[in-house]
Design a protein around this ligand. Sequence first.
Ligand code: BGC
Length: 361
Amino acid sequence: MAIRHRGPRRLAAALAAALVLGAVPPGLADDPGCVLVKKVFRQNERLGRGVNVLGYDPAWKDWRKARFQEKYFRLIKEAGFNHVRINLHPFRDEALGANHAIAPIWFEMLDRALRQALAARLAVILDLHEFQAMGENPAGNKARFLAVWRQIAEHCREAPDTVFFEILNEPNKKLTPEVWNRLLGEALAIIRRSNPGRTVIVGPTSWNNINDLDKLNLPEEDRNLIVTVHYYSPFPFTHQGAAWAGQHKTGVPWNATESERQAIEKDFDKAQDWSRRHGRPIYLGEFGVYDKAETASRVRWTSFVTRQAEERGWSWAWWQFDGDFVLYDVRQDRWVEPILRALVPSAATKHVPGRSGEKPD
Ligand code: BGC
């Protein structure tokens, strides 16, 4: 699309007006009816409900050692989810050889996961999850970061449009807004060379923080972008007992009091306001509560956050399928039912005795 560069504010206002009124804003005559803006919002609807998978799985070094089994994709679909967000760690998995070439064995696993997820009629996000290395040393890791994207993008250029690319999970620390805005632009340009029509997901700094949305600079002319935020507030509640996050205290409740609910609504309204002003759809790509919180509070928070996202038309993905923040108990081979029901209320009907005949939406 050849939308000319206009002041970001003017373009955003025009897009917002178009979304509200369904009219063609001045200057977007080459995109009648804002087709491209509507299209990316439609892409976000296709994502719908999701779950993070395969992030910390031995499968990436040897798929025969996978904890995540093919049948889980089908179970995820049957439970009422629409997509999986596959967390990729090519640096950590030592998948890169000379000149940052990605090892065939790693691509083999990626292809297996893609094939199986798509066969289960799930959309797939390929999320580059090397946020720690990138946050610590963006300059030192830049070459391999861009090389990885060039290779993944070329490798997946023929994938259907239900495959999405997410440039980087949770840019943080030395990825300041200035550094990140430049780097995301470079990565996007590389992706666009082989994937001009791919829907790409990108989020703000400070670990995809809603409060950093205003610092995110996206190329105005690229309307095929979904913007992602992550949500773990209040942090002492969602990460209680998570030593790696410096949260040692446990027994922190979340009671859905008016002030607790309002705090979440306020944050989400802020993101929604940004989304309207910029004409970009929102994807809540991670939210979750660590397993050490008591179940009733986890369920209350999860259910509230999920409904708040859905009321605003956002897509979302739970953190995560197994490992920690567990949604599926791999050892016992069954869903963590209270969390599943909080996320997808209609899934409950499949699991409540006597109502097993009902299908989720
Ligand atoms: C990280 C996980 C962490 C989770 C919740 C994810 O982005 O990859 O290691 O457990 O966020 O903090």
